[in-house]
Design a protein around this ligand. Structure first.
Ligand code: PEP
Ligand code: MN
Length: 288
């Protein structure tokens, strides 16, 4: 039996639902976060993403705003009606992050941080577990077992690319992992085409391919001014491009016999300016 995760009325992850989680790589300022949160909500996203604790390769890079970032995320969530997914890196922060977010993300660098896995397993919020950049699917599934063994069954697995040999893309997005995992687990499967490619122009094609491959959800980075982003600007979609992508995804969702899922209570925030796109939220899309 495939597990589903219910996140309030209208929003389900897994089963016949399809969910897009979107937002900036990192929370930078209230203004930038609110702009992106409004845009992704208007474009039909079901979950708002944004990092307050950032795992950065260099300690000199922007590390995230910490608690103030969580507070900005909680405020954006209350305003838009979108639940928040955000990363927790330290077992000591799990309680604080769980107080502000609906979904706790365990990042790829921490996929085998066993104390962290146990700690997120001891609290009730759903966990988005990212595949390590050099982890096999076996290792990913065992990492999920660490969380489940503590009593938290609300785990989703996220393919976000593995280390390849070719610098043409940031990572090698392993879409075969989606059907391969499907045969081996009851957990919902998420794909992150942003980190998986590292290049803005590759995000939309791989997002659509992930849906067709059977993913239950996508995790996509969006930024209002990617050229000025403090983190991962090269892979961030602009809000208008994100709106075009969700319109295309909605048509594909119907073709794939899935249901576009987002909170019933999503605030009707101002829609993204731009031409009307067939298949946008104003059109009825009915699964065949
Ligand atoms: C992220 O989603 O913000 C992130 C840091 O991803 P990953 O752990 O896949 O690198
Ligand atoms: Mn990022």
């Amino acid at each position: 039996m495939r597990k589903t995760i219910q996140l309030g009325p209208g929003l389900q992850i897994g089963g016949d639902s399809f969910v897009v989680m979107a937002g900036p790589c990192a929370v930078e300022t209230r203004e930038l976060l609110d702009q992106v949160a409004d845009a992704v909500a208007a474009a039909g996203a079901g979950v708002l993403r944004g990092g307050a604790f950032k795992p950065r390769t260099s300690p000199k890079s922007f590390q995230g705003l910490g608690l103030p970032g969580l507070e900005l995320l909680a405020a954006a969530s209350a305003r838009t009606g979108l639940p928040v997914v955000t990363e927790v890196m330290d077992p000591r922060d799990v309680e604080m992050v769980a107080r502000h977010a609906a979904i706790l993300q365990v990042g790829s660098r921490n996929m085998q941080n066993f104390p962290l896995l146990r700690e997120v397993g001891r609290q009730p919020k759903p966990v988005l577990l990212k595949r390590g950049a050099a982890a096999t699917l076996d290792e990913l599934l065992h990492a999920a077992d660490y969380i489940r063994q503590e009593g938290n069954e609300h785990v989703m697995l996220c393919e976000r690319g593995v280390r390849g040999f070719d610098p043409s893309t940031r990572y090698l997005l392993d879409l075969a992992a989606v059907p391969a995992l499907r045969g081996r687990t009851d957990l919902p499967i998420v794909v992150d085409p942003s980190h998986g490619t590292g290049r803005r122009e590759l995000v939309a094609p791989m997002a659509k391919a992930a849906l067709v491959a059977g993913a239950d959800a996508l995790l996509i980075e969006v930024h209002g001014a990617p050229e000025r982003a403090l983190c991962d600007g090269d892979q961030a979609l602009r809000p208008a491009d994100f709106a075009v992508l969700t319109a295309e995804l909605r048509r594909l969702v119907a073709l794939c016999g899935r249901r576009w899922s987002r909170p019933e209570t999503t605030g009707r925030v101002a829609s993204v300016p731009g031409p009307h796109v067939p298949g946008s939220l104003d059109d009825e899309v009915v699964a065949p």
